[in-house]
Design a protein around this ligand. Sequence first.
Ligand SMILES: Nc1ncnc2c1ncn2[C@@H]1O[C@H](COP(=O)(O)OP(=O)(O)OP(=O)(O)O)[C@@H](O)[C@H]1O
Ligand SMILES: [Mg+2]
Length: 374
Amino acid sequence: MLCKKVELQNFRNAECEVIEFDNGINVLHGENAQGKTNLLEAIYFISLGKSFRTTHETEIIRFGEEFASISLDYESEGREQNVTMRFSDNARQKKNVTHNGVKITKLSELVGSFRAVLFSPDHLQMIKDGPALRRNYLDVAISQIRPMYLHSLQKYNKILKNRNTLLKNAEEDRATFDATIDFWSAQLAHEAALIAKARAEYVAKSGEIIADFYSRMCQSGEIDEHPEFIYAGSAKQDGELYFDVAATEKNFLRLLTDFHEREIAAGSTLYGIHRDDIIINLNGKNTRLYSSQGQQRSLALAMKLAEGEICKMDCGEYPVFLFDDVFSELDSGRRKNLLREIANRQVIITSCENDMDLAVPFKRIEVAKGKYIS
Ligand SMILES: Nc1ncnc2c1ncn2[C@@H]1O[C@H](COP(=O)(O)OP(=O)(O)OP(=O)(O)O)[C@@H](O)[C@H]1O
Ligand SMILES: [Mg+2]
């Protein structure tokens, strides 16, 4: 996967810009608040189908303008391709997306076409914070290689919303609740089982790969540490059982049937894949509670590198790596280790450092006030 050229119109602080990339390392260099992350956001938008920074898409339209667009030329399996997105400031008008000139109506038709992996300082919270970021890690990674996964996830979220509304209104309208709850519970359990299986498989597959990257990213003091990843699903069964979709569906359905009163009191669905987590241990100890900043950084990086590796195993080519502000946070040892891992891949890095020494050739793109000059 190669990101060849991006054309931006009225995207954040860029007015009308064309940016071309090399196949190896590209460094977006500039002072704070100039538009470095904005460009990564635009590129990742094409991969994810949405922004990684905001859920309000009109925010990305340049102040005072009525529309914005991103057009990305990329190469996949030797074929030149293009995705173009056009946004209007009319909140009722959906964004217009085309892939090789053909209009796309569903996000799940787009995701997986242009594959990228983003790593930013926020990803450190994947290790330390609550489960939402870890679920998001899985959702983003699996969606890129399994378009049906995203489809299931979207379906799940819709069903969940309806079921939650029913639970909230149950006290006022018990008759409607009693008549329809089983229907929503069955649908939810069905999608939950499919999603849990995909997640459990991904965690099982990525565990060893992450552990390998981790040991190579680490400094000498951390070398004897072995990370372990466990998919902790809320269907209350051992991880491997998630591979059996029928059994998981039955388990979820039982939970969604047996605890109605508790769910009504909470006003929301208490069981399902929206409550799941990945437990990350280092030498048997939960990293959430015991890991240092350096360990978190190495682990988060290893998880992101593994995301790229699994993508390669699945699709035959590496995704484009987008590293926002990552190198400035790494000590020289880890920096060297990371560079070794990403050699021969396309990487787009942002940096404020004036004399960034990567010890390898790279293309430098100067970023100032929304202009990109190479
Ligand atoms: N809709 C918009 N219209 C115009 N400018 C915008 C819009 N949204 C954000 N900006 C501007 O974009 C700039 C921020 O860009 P960005 O986040 O890419 O900075 P950066 O170069 O990554 O900086 P840092 O090094 O601090 O991370 C800010 O100056 C902000 O005002
Ligand atoms: Mg930035």
